[in-house]
Design a protein around this ligand. Structure first.
Ligand code: UDP
Length: 405
């Protein structure tokens, strides 16, 4: 993908700006590290941003930490506890977490001018910084608004060893002795997941899953994760179904670093048995065209998360001009302005009411979708995200200067 192709989407100015900023970082090597190559929003973003940084001439290498199933069970607990879910993490589990980070520290090449670590799984790799003397940034993708404080204090010791931290919302960033940057995640308008699709392609994906267009389609696409509240989605759909006919798609895949999904999927299947209008789809990874087509074929997109750092699925639906109904949680409240570019809800009943409202008022739904597309274009695209990262990287070499983002 050439960076110049983005001119057709965002115009010449933003692309020129990226080239100028990238030029200032010429010769620097960025090492970016997370816990999975595929599945979930972080991998989704890195898969787009890493090639584009390289295309801009900023040499960026991406590596993934290794770990046993036990390690990923602990990191999933850490993930949930940071989101504020009631989880108990024992000292032994934290030891296992640190042990695994130590093993990765020995096995990985952590050289590079800037080491860019994503989320808590690899956070303790920072212990290598003193020996290497390079710059380190920690990027948090999680809604840490009300974390488990014991766990936050445990992680804080490591976070404060970094040169800078990045959060998706001001309310996620608790007091830290290091610099904090606010950068919202993005989607790539030219990726297979977001590019325009022909009607034939959309229809063939619907055909593959045996979905007909004879009723309005309500869709949530998310990993099968309790924090995405698939059961709440089913309950909202059941309430709608009492008065308005429609069908529901619950589509999702799994991620290497998410051991809970199989259990959640089987619960979802159990609860939806016997309703031919509910389509529970286990998607392969990657399933970019499938996700794209399902979003485009939908009448309404739902994102009924209980917690959300930032919903990429929300941005994807907005870019496609879809009316979206999402929970008023975490980063979603930055993406959606209620009654302007989508609807925000807080309960199952509220979600059901909003679905009915949009199904019965197609003109209103269309207006929300149109505004959503414009908001996504202004704020949620990868070009803006890369600009923010380049400015962040540059700021590490100019600690006293003000950097405008
Ligand atoms: N996604 C996907 N296949 C699936 C489920 C999700 O490709 O079966 C994608 C989805 O389109 C989005 C990302 O994974 O790009 C999920 O990001 P989000 O921020 O919504 O949630 P996360 O999984 O990071 O919590």
């Amino acid at each position: 993908m050439s960076i110049d192709e983005y001119i057709s989407v965002v115009g010449k100015g933003p692309v020129e700006e990226l080239k100028i900023l990238a030029d200032k970082l010429s010769g620097k090597v960025i090492k970016t590290i997370n816990s999975t190559q595929m599945g979930g929003g972080v991998a989704e973003i890195l898969n787009r941003i890493v090639p584009l940084l390289n295309e801009l001439g900023v040499l960026t290498k991406w590596e993934v930490i290794g770990g046993s199933a036990d390690f990923f069970s602990v990191t999933k607990k850490i993930h949930n506890a940071l989101h504020g879910a009631p989880v108990t993490i024992t000292d032994e589990e934290l030891d296992l977490f640190l042990q695994n980070n130590k093993i990765n520290m020995e096995e990985m090449d952590l050289n590079g001018d800037i080491v860019f670590i994503h989320d808590p799984q690899p956070v303790a790799l920072i212990e290598k910084k003193e020996e290497l003397g390079n710059k380190w940034v920690w990027r948090c993708h999680i809604d840490t608004h009300t974390p488990d404080w014991r766990l936050w204090r445990f992680l804080k010791k490591y976070i404060e060893m970094y040169d800078a931290s990045v959060f998706s919302s001001p309310s996620f960033a608790h007091p830290l002795s290091i610099k904090k940057f606010l950068i919202t995640p993005s989607i790539d308008p030219l990726s297979l997941k977001n590019q325009e699709l022909s009607k034939e392609t959309i229809d063939s994906v619907l055909g593959k899953f045996d979905i007909k267009r004879n009723k309005p389609i309500i869709t949530q696409i998310s990993r099968f994760d309790r924090l995405k509240d698939p059961v709440g989605v089913i309950e909202a759909y059941n309430l709608v179904k009492k008065s308005v006919d429609c069908q529901l798609i619950l589509a999702g895949g799994t991620a290497v670093d998410d051991p809970e999904s199989a259990e959640v999927l089987s619960e979802v299947r159990e609860r939806t048995e016997g309703d031919p209008d509910i389509h529970v789809l286990l998607l392969e990874t990657p399933a970019d065209i499938e996700v794209n087509a399902l979003q485009r074929a939908s009448t309404i997109i739902l994102q009924k998360s209980l917690r959300e750092g930032f919903g990429l699925t929300v941005s994807e639906a907005m870019w496609k001009g879809k009316p979206i109904i999402a929970s008023a949680v975490g980063g979603i409240t930055f993406q959606i302005t209620h009654d302007y570019n989508g609807l925000l809800t807080r309960t199952i009943e509220g979600t059901a009411y909003a679905i009915k409202e949009l199904l019965c008022n197609p003109g209103y739904a269309k207006r929300l979708g149109r505004n959503a597309r414009e908001s996504a274009k202004q704020n949620l695209l990868v070009t803006r995200h890369i600009r923010d990262y380049l400015l962040l990287f540059l700021s590490l070499y100019h600690p006293g200067d003000i950097v405008y983002m």
